[in-house]
Design a protein around this ligand. Sequence first.
Ligand code: ATP
Length: 322
Amino acid sequence: MSQKAIAVLTSGGDAPGMNAAVRAVVRTGISKGMKVYGVYRGYNGLLAGDVKELNLRSVSDIIHRGGTVLYTARSPRYNTPEGVKQAADFCRELGVSGVVVIGGDGSFRGARDLTNEGIPCVGIPGTIDNDIACSEYTVGFDTAMNTAMEMVDKIRDTAQSHDRCSVVEVMGRRCGDIALQTGIAVGAAAILVPEVEYDLERDVIARILENQSTGKKHFIIVVAEGVGKVNEIATYIQTRTGIESRATILGHVQRGGSPTLRDRVVASAMGHRAVSLLEQDIGNRVVAMKNGVIVDYDITEALNMKRVFDKELYDIAHTISI
Ligand code: ATP
């Protein structure tokens, strides 16, 4: 029987910890007697034939590095029936009988389509946003939160020196998880997320004035990307309270950097699970975390799940930010 071959790619936005997942896929695959190909620049690599067989040493020295050594891309050309068919044909020519796709929801749709064309695929949630409904955790989330926390700690120093209010936008797209957790960790006076309706007078101004009356002089307001408008919010706060207010958008700094321990460990375990599924020719699955345990779901089922925002934690944040 010929040697089984699988491929691994990273797709969509990059996230710290993707390299740890790639490493785990390569090493698990090789330990199970498989050939493992690295595909460059997401699905584009399957269309351009941009692949390379990886060995144990190809993935040395990458577990601590941010970004992705396989590069990543969004591939509009793949996202067509002809593109998916071409990618499947290429996998067959190469002898690849399974693909691990590390990315977000869009990448999982691509993985489902490729599975339907006869190449079993398994997805690993890799995005800093923690916005994948089927998994309580996505690779990159912990690093992004820690980076945001460190950055806001620095902003707090200067806000404190000048008795200012700093309004800080953190990433997360339509998901407020980075804002919620970072907001708690930096002691924000208010946290605005897309999942919870807010009223600036009630949820920000009244809280600042209340805190001010008990002697507080500087304030951090954490705003999720999905809420946006940090400049407007800062201007509004300054006008209504007289406190000098500044807006900061943290941006892509949150996407980079060396992955935290948690991201490295989760990525490693997820990479291992993905290859174990492909070893059994099981495709169309997404690896996920549920109650701290690694599980896997059918991709369509996973894509149809609805995210649940941690309102209890949000309410706790509200209670203790007085
Ligand atoms: P991120 O969370 O960073 O946005 P993502 O995986 O959701 O990651 P997308 O840009 O949505 O990022 O998708 C990545 C790539 O997956 C697309 O460029 C495209 O090649 C492929 N893709 C997305 N949706 C589909 C689809 N419905 N069918 C086939 N391929 C798709």
